[in-house]
Ligand binder design. Sequence first.
Ligand code: NOJ
Length: 743
Amino acid sequence: MIRYFLIATYCATALFAGAQAPRKTIAQRVDSVMKLMTLEEKIGQLNQYSGDWSHTGPITADGDKQTQIRNGQLGSMLNVVGVEHTRMLQEQAMKSRLKIPLLFGQDVIHGFRTTFPIPLAQACSWDTDEIERAERIAGTESSAYGIHWAFSPMVDIARDARWGRVMEGSGEDPYLGSKIAAARVRGFQGKGLGNTDAVMACVKHYAAYGAAVGGRDYNDVDMSDLSLWQYYLPPFKAAADAGAASFMTSFNALNGIPATGNRYLLRDILRKLWKYTGIVVSDWGAIGEMINHGFVADGKEAAKAALDAGCDIDMESRSYKNHLTELARNKKIKAGLIDEAVARVLTKKFELGLFDDPFRFCNQAREKSQENVQAHKDAARSLSRKSIVLLKNENNLLPLSKKTKTVAFIGPFAKSVRDNLGFWSMEWPDDTATIVTQWQGIRQALSPESQLLYAEGCHINDQDSSGFAQAVSTAEQADVVILSVGEARDMSGEAKSRSNIQLPGVQEQLIKAIHATGKPVVLLINAGRPLVFTWASDNITAIVYTWWLGSEAGHAIADVLFGDYNPSGKITMSFPRSGGQVPIYYNYRNTGRPAPNDSTLFYVSGYIDLLHSPRYPFGYGIGYSPFQYSGFTLSKSSLRKGKDSFSASVTVTNTGRYDGEETVQLYLRDHTASVARPVKELIQYRKVWLKSGESKTIVFMVDEKQCRFYNQQLAYISEPGKFTLFVGGNSRDVMETTFELVQ
Ligand code: NOJ
């Protein structure tokens, strides 16, 4: 009787809490719900299943999910999209004893209804405002489809292009990666979780997943604390500081301990040091996978290890569901751990307003309003053209004239549709009608009087070269050839590691055949990772790296090719000369035998069969106008610890015919320290728009904080001594000057 009274009181409080919100804090409301919960209901909140409409991991079929929802055995779901589906399942939750609403999570990786470029491409814009805007749009669109929680951003530092998941992150640099991580969190969470257009961000994959041995997905990671703290953790910290509502653990073991059962990562760093109060969810099945890792013997041990370590929600492994009750009853887990985890989950449900109205994200009119929104497409087009990187443009072949008499558009991407979207994009029944293909974009931009000829040439990934002859004869009829090649959308992404990162199939042969016609060739490379395309780099006149650009690919590519947009993208991963060079990254520590230049081989650290520098360095990308750097000066040459600072100024001049944007990059080197420091580290950058012929002086303020690093005791400090500052439009072609840090 008492129990019934309490439940009735809770339900009334929960349902009408909107009107009474100031009366109780969220913590008090969480507490009052928890007082009513049985142990099984609490464990239910920590259990997450995939819906039955789509799957993003190995499927476990174990009975009717809706019954489990009604029984209070499920707190959240993923892969349930759309008002109709989320409403139907939320209605089941409302039939459970305590009517605790479900959370719906989804991989919203690069857009939702509108597909933006893949995250790695977006990062090449170095434009955090545009990236934030893209996530704001993704948050607005996905929340209108019943989603509360985006499993994004992925902030793993990635140095190995064999790893298929490089496409989901921001590349190899912790400074830029941190800026982008924070921007993405702000974008998803908008003005705060109480708003129905905001979704919770989920920072992943915590931690060091990007350093998987051999670039093989899910593989082991063995890493020094110095590297972990200096390179791999900063974007996570930045995302936590930006208020990310949740974290996801990674699949890998770090130094022998799976991340999902890793107390050091989850409790010592995340909870204690960073004082993080959001939810931690495991990756798909990762709690149970600790058995395969050889870290625990069975599901029971797995559940205990994960909860002890600080993982709140079990995504899809069922270890919590199957074992936590028994573990708790037998007092095998520390009292209070389940309650702490449940409280974190309920807190977010309150913050999202779901206790006030579990259906507040289920509004069909709002859902409808997010289809085909022109403003969103415009934003995607803008970010897409900023994501494109021009790698080579000899003889100023680009931009092309829109009046070119005959253009041949050749290659398997010329007319492809969904390959423009790339991995991790949503699929909608109508999306083939809304994606702007490369063909459509170029046809629309070209003058109606110009002829646009087509030949596929070959497929993306087979050995059939029977289309070459037609492609060659098509090229022969044209004034210029645009040749679009690359990776199919399922060739980079989760579980899409490649040992050979060259162009797949016979595409390189096709490039050679078209080049042999003697026609000028503009090569477009569509891919989810830096590929190796040495022959093309050496021989083809113009190379444009288009990545996978999303819904507006065709327009964005045409904007760049015909000069409506002067390309400004800069790569955020070093492009190797050969797969044998990876992992390759610009911020490496020096060796005792550095090679002074690429060609010296006499007992130095290099390769006897290959230059050791990357083909294209971090930060590289050209436009249609060269930018000249001059007058790099410091306002003083020594810096005191404390509040001291100096300015580093450089004049940048647009010496070409086209207005354009340059990303001015400032790097630092600490010459001698108690731990070896990298030869260069990005410490700031500035995007600057310069009209043709215009000069601007860029001023960076430098202070002691930018000289800090993690020492052997993992204290974040600076040490006095000599430093070099470098400035330039990429990490290789720089001007430099020195200063002294004094006590
Ligand atoms: C596994 C992936 O690693 C993770 O990024 C994703 O969010 C989950 N599956 C859910 O799809």
